[in-house]
Design a protein around this ligand. Structure first.
Ligand code: FES
Ligand SMILES: [Fe+2]
Length: 419
């Protein structure tokens, strides 16, 4: 595709983000090709959702509908959810158990491993009609994905040249995934699906933006869950694309006046009528109470107190994003721990005490930048680079996303700094 060569140039380095990148159809199409069908690992579903042969889930990799299944041989498979005949969805349900899939349109059939196994009336009726002799079913299997399982998370890629998943994520990120998921079996406690009125990258920026979290979100600061003055830090992967932001509750941070001095909305007089919402337990054998992790291009693993969840970010057009939350507990949980997790589920999702503002702030940007394709956002908090730091008063991980994005999209900043 040549679309990206016709784009206006990227203004300068990583400290400016041109608003056209959130607005253009050609950028959207190029992203689908280069990020979502290109050599990157995108989250599909959990391994624990596919324990038995024939079990499947339907999901998306970017725009593309996908079926992920447990084959009769016990292996995992994933393939396009698109009939080889005329393109209808093969599976319509979100999840289930199948012995085979039958397309509803003309009843072509597929094995749970993704092979085309039957064509209705292939040989015609009474010697008349039917497919030509030369039609070879084996040449019409839906396109298969490569899969990788990382601590129970299933990632897929359409590109055979995708790097090994260990190299793709790197050790620091893998360790942080392991910290939350390693050695335990996730159980799905519930799901939220939320439509965001903005480009998908505005949500990715929001997730990586540790600067906003304790300012925009009234709840975080008021209830001392996350303040920039608390102990914590940011990890940005060497290529910029993955990040971790973490912090530990630190009651001393309450005493410092850094928030009241700034007159920000999150410094409020609100109190909870039922403070037991925040009673929890040490989550991963340490005192880190918040860990937000994202992997390039569009996946999030969160631990906010005892609310553990994965978020799948799906582009749904230039100014529309589907955000799928899967809330997790673990088989190893006690009943009390399960109760705490369900209670703290109120923190997240579309109406979550913490995350509700994120559901609209991306839309505020999308609406705010209308008519300003020639203007750019400013990303200079904490400097111009994309490195790990102990300060969270930085936009380093957002710059990291753009660094990885420019590289993956074969785009180049005007000052020559590549991406
Ligand atoms: S589109 Fe699937 S059988 Fe015709
Ligand atoms: Fe947020």
């Amino acid at each position: 595709m040549t679309a990206t060569t016709e784009l206006p140039s990227w203004p300068e380095g990583l400290t400016r983000v041109p608003y056209w990148v959130f607005q253009r159809e050609d950028v959207y199409a190029a992203e689908q090709q280069k990020l979502f069908r290109g050599p990157h690992w995108n989250y599909l579903c959990l391994e624990s959702e596919l324990t038995d042969p024939g079990q499947y889930r339907t999901t998306f990799l970017g725009d593309t509908p996908v079926i992920v299944s447990r084959g009769r041989d016990g292996e995992l498979y994933a393939f396009e959810n698109r009939c080889a005949h005329r393109g209808a969805l093969i599976a319509l349900d979100t999840q289930g158990t199948a012995t085979e899939f039958t397309c509803v349109y003309h009843a072509w059939t597929y094995s749970v491993e993704g092979e085309l196994t039957g064509v209705a009336f292939k040989d015609g009726i009474k010697g008349k009609g039917g497919m030509p002799e030369s039609f070879c079913m084996a040449r019409h299997w839906p396109r298969k994905l490569r899969l990788a399982v990382v601590h129970g998370l299933i990632f897929g890629s359409f590109d055979n040249d995708v790097p090994d998943v260990e190299d793709y994520f790197g050790e620091e990120i893998l360790d942080r995934i392991e910290r939350v998921l390693g050695g335990r079996t996730p159980v799905v406690l519930g799901r939220f699906t939320q439509m965001l009125p903005n480009n998908w990258k505005l949500y990715v920026e929001n997730v990586k933006d540790s600067y906003h979290a304790s300012i925009l979100h009234l709840f975080f600061t008021t209830f001392e869950l996350n303040k920039l003055s608390m102990r914590g830090g940011i990890i940005v992967s060497p290529d910029g694309g993955h990040h971790v932001s973490y912090s530990a509750i630190d009651r001393e941070a309450e005493q410092d006046g850094s928030y009241s001095e700034q007159k920000i909305r999150s410094d409020s007089g609100y109190r909870l009528a039922d403070p037991s919402l925040l009673d929890g337990f040490p989550e991963c054998g340490d005192d880190t109470t918040l860990q937000i992790l994202s992997t390039f291009p569009a996946f999030v693993l969160q631990q906010i107190q005892n609310s553990v969840a994965v978020r799948q970010i799906l582009p749904r057009g230039v100014a529309s994003t589907e955000l799928n939350w899967t809330l997790l507990g673990f088989e190893e949980d006690t009943e009390e721990q399960r109760r705490v997790r369900l209670k703290q589920a109120n923190l997240v999702g579309s109406a979550g005490y913490i995350s509700m503002e994120d559901g609209c702030v991306g839309g505020f940007v999308q609406r705010g930048v209308a008519g300003a394709a020639d203007q750019s956002a400013v990303l200079q908090m904490g400097g111009a680079t994309a490195e790990s730091s102990e300060s969270r008063v930085t936009e380093a991980s957002v710059r990291g996303f753009w660094q990885a994005y420019l590289a993956a999209m074969d785009m180049r900043a005007a000052n020559g700094a590549s991406a």
